[in-house]
Design a protein around this ligand. Structure first.
Ligand SMILES: Cc1cc2nc3c(=O)[nH]c(=O)nc-3n(C[C@H](O)[C@H](O)[C@H](O)COP(=O)(O)OP(=O)(O)OC[C@H]3O[C@@H](n4cnc5c(N)ncnc54)[C@H](O)[C@@H]3O)c2cc1C
Length: 324
């Protein structure tokens, strides 16, 4: 019996979300009285693989057949399930990323395991893997348990604190050749929509809405994001009107995020917008209307005209940074 982490990489490197999932998987393995193994699919350097030992991974199964260079969810699921069967994994853990969400249910079917997506806290393996996850667009919390003795879990980004649990990691080459039928759809080229900080991974997000009046005014938002090392986001109407690119749209029908700090500027706080951002650890709202619904969920609020407030804040942040 073991716990298996799918150590997802992006162009050969592991990102923060993978280390979060690794920490989660290690804590779960401890709770189950077993060890943590990982499977890496694609081209990751030996050194990067061995670095997973810092997060408690004892064995790393390295599947690096060149057929896996492009992400193909059916083939990846076959490779992960193959390792899970080999080590008799009772729990497979991965990040709630686009790839994780595509792969998790497929792995669950292959292992006859129960998929539990988007967990935000540790499951209880002694009580049917009892898990808490957000439901009703983040307005409710669902308690979930299963009679199955095997689960596949995806961990919601920014919901679990990364900690180091160093062990010596052994990298094991795992030959696996998925059958041709698993490669029916192959991504031949990946064009990144933005070179900036990834919205789902960002610690801080500066977001703006229709209060900005037009796309030409976004300079002060980008300036604040740059000063804070933040990603930029927007409300749905501003993306619909092409003021901002669609990949920045957060909310019920956009991306769901949970950064440590979410700064909402000129956004009313409609329920559909909050559905995508209400898990943020700290919410700061800037709005000229004191009755704007966003203030009800804000940790800090500034009532004022954003065209006066934001430049002043930017100047203050710049001065504070210069003083350090
Ligand atoms: C099925 C469905 C799904 C949806 N999904 C989403 C979603 O995923 N994400 C999403 O965002 N929306 C979504 N919406 C739309 C949502 O209901 C709201 O219409 C939208 O979020 C409002 O965007 P906004 O806050 O930018 O604009 P508005 O509602 O127009 O609010 C603008 C705000 O800016 C403030 N403001 C104006 N001028 C200034 C100024 N000078 N200084 C400071 N503040 C100022 C105003 O007081 C106001 O609060 C969805 C709607 C439906 C029906």
């Amino acid at each position: 019996m073991s716990v298996l982490l799918f150590a997802e990489n992006a162009q050969g490197t592991f990102k923060k979300a993978t280390f979060e999932a690794a920490t989660y998987a290690y804590d779960l393995a401890q709770a189950m009285g077993t060890t943590l193994s990982a499977v890496s699919v694609g081209q990751v350097s030996e050194e990067a693989l061995a670095s997973l030992g810092k997060y408690g991974v004892s064995n790393i199964y390295d599947v690096r057949d060149e057929k896996f260079n492009a992400f193909v969810n059916t083939a990846y699921a076959a490779a992960i399930a193959n390792v899970a069967k080999k080590i008799d994994a009772k729990a497979v853990v991965m990040t709630q990323s686009y790839n994780g969400r595509a792969v998790a249910p497929r792995v669950a079917v292959k292992l006859r395991a129960t998929p539990i997506s988007g967990v935000t806290s540790m499951v209880d393996p002694a009580d049917g893997f009892k898990a808490l996850r957000l439901s009703y667009s983040g307005k409710g919390v669902q308690s979930f348990r299963t009679d199955n003795d095997k689960v596949v879990l995806t961990v919601k980004g920014n919901s679990y604190q990364i900690t180091e649990n160093p062990v010596t990691a052994e990298v094991i080459s795992a030959d696996f050749s998925a059958s041709e039928e698993n490669f029916d759809a192959i991504a031949k080229e990946i064009i990144k929509a933005s070179e900036g900080i990834s919205l789902t991974e960002a610690d801080t997000v500066v977001s703006a809405g229709r209060g900005m009046k037009g796309p030409e005014n976004w300079g002060i938002i980008e300036e604040m994001a740059e000063l804070l090392g933040a990603a930029t986001a927007c409300s749905k109407p501003t993306a619909d009107m092409d003021w901002r690119p669609h990949h920045e749209h957060v909310g019920q029908t956009g991306i769901q995020i949970a950064p440590n700090l979410y700064i909402a500027i000129g956004i009313s706080g409609a329920i559909q917008h909050l559905a995508g951002v209400s898990s943020s650890k700290t919410i700061v709202v800037i709005n000229k209307d004191p009755e704007a619904p966003f203030f009800k969920v804000a940790d800090y609020g500034i009532v004022g005209d954003l065209f006066e407030v934001v430049p002043k804040l930017n100047a203050a942040i710049r001065a504070a940074k210069a003083a350090v």
